[in-house]
Design a protein around this ligand. Structure first.
Ligand code: FES
Length: 106
């Protein structure tokens, strides 16, 4: 079951920036603001678990801070090898609150 849960304030995520957040239940989510549109991915890089929300965002591409794998934040697909991808989560922004649709197991 998926549920929208509040994870951050929009005012804490300027355009062109990214952020790692811990959602209710302990899930770690990476948030990205691309020209005012917010995207959310699983925070854990499929290479070795690097925190994607602490990476470097250029346009819609984030570079993992640990070894540099690059992912499209809209699709979760690795730029250099589409066999690798991270989960994308649906986002809603209501006033200043970013909500992300997450699998609920708690
Ligand atoms: S952990 Fe992300 S590139 Fe290695």
């Amino acid at each position: 079951m998926m549920k929208f849960v509040p994870v951050a304030k929009l005012s804490d995520l300027e355009p062109g920036s990214c952020l790692s957040v811990e959602a209710e239940g302990g899930m770690l989510v990476a948030l990205f603001n691309v020209d005012g549109i917010v995207y959310a991915l699983d925070n854990s890089c499929p290479h070795a678990g690097g925190p994607l929300g602490e990476g470097a965002l250029a346009g819609e591409i984030v570079k993992c801070p640990w070894h540099g794998w690059r992912f499209n934040v809209r699709t979760g697909v690795r730029v250099d090898n589409p066999d690798f991808r991270v989960a994308c989560y649906e986002v809603q922004v209501e006033e200043n609150v970013i909500k992300v649709s997450l699998p609920i197991s708690w």
